[in-house]
Design a protein around this ligand. Structure first.
Ligand code: GRF
Length: 201
């Protein structure tokens, strides 16, 4: 399975995916990494492993559709089977969804459908929930609304700050994202409407 990873920043989820591949837990390869930010650490992490890594600057295109076509071209050029959003801070549009139907995954740092969008950890803390976590889901046209693949739960502790909660959640992200991709790689995920069924392995 050839993965195309889209990341806007730090790239710790990209790292977890590459580590899972190295560790034999994920039969896949990262074919290409694309970032909308030139200085994203995710690009460095890819390059240090000799994985093709490109900055595609949205500001260089007159319309969002043109930017996305450039992203799709690059993904296709590298024969990507599955697109993994890993801290990619943009809403996916029609061009990408049409090019990769049911073949785009995202990781979100909350138990969807609670706290979609930005600053999910801080908003969970401020809301006062006792538990939060993370969600791997297929991407549809909405903001963090697509069919849910895996979730992991963590407690919210009295002394938590947005950072300590984010760290606790991140640890689980790094576990379940490679796991969800491995299920896809094994052909075990079946989408029926909003629900994703996991077939016996
Ligand atoms: C993660 O918390 C992810 O869930 C969210 O953005 C963060 C990205 O972190 N969408 P990283 O770039 O993978 O380190």
């Amino acid at each position: 399975l050839r993965l195309g990873v889209l990341a806007s920043g730090r790239g710790s989820n990209l790292q977890a995916i590459m580590d899972a591949i190295d560790g034999g837990r994920l039969p896949a390869e990262v074919a290409v990494v694309i970032s909308d930010y030139a200085d994203a650490r995710a690009l460095e992490r890819a390059r240090s492993r000799n994985i093709p890594a490109f900055h595609i600057n949205p500001a260089a295109f007159p319309h969002k559709g043109d930017y996305e076509e450039a992203v799709v071209d690059t993904l296709k050029k590298h024969a990507v089977d599955l697109v993994c959003l890993a801290g990619y801070m943009r809403l996916v549009g029609a061009a990408m969804l049409e090019a990769f139907p049911n073949r785009i995954m995202n990781i979100h740092p909350a138990l969807l459908p609670a706290f979609p969008g930005l600053h999910a950890q801080q908003r969970a803390l401020e809301y006062g929930v006792r538990y939060s976590g993370c969600t791997v889901h297929f991407v549809d046209e909405g903001m963090d609304t697509g069919p849910i693949i895996l979730q992991a739960v963590v407690p919210v502790l009295p002394d938590d700050t947005p950072e300590t909660l984010a760290d606790r959640i991140l640890e689980q992200e790094h576990r379940i994202y490679p796991e969800a991709i491995a299920l896809f790689a094994a052909g075990r995920l079946e989408i029926r409407g909003k629900r994703v069924y996991i077939r016996e392995g």
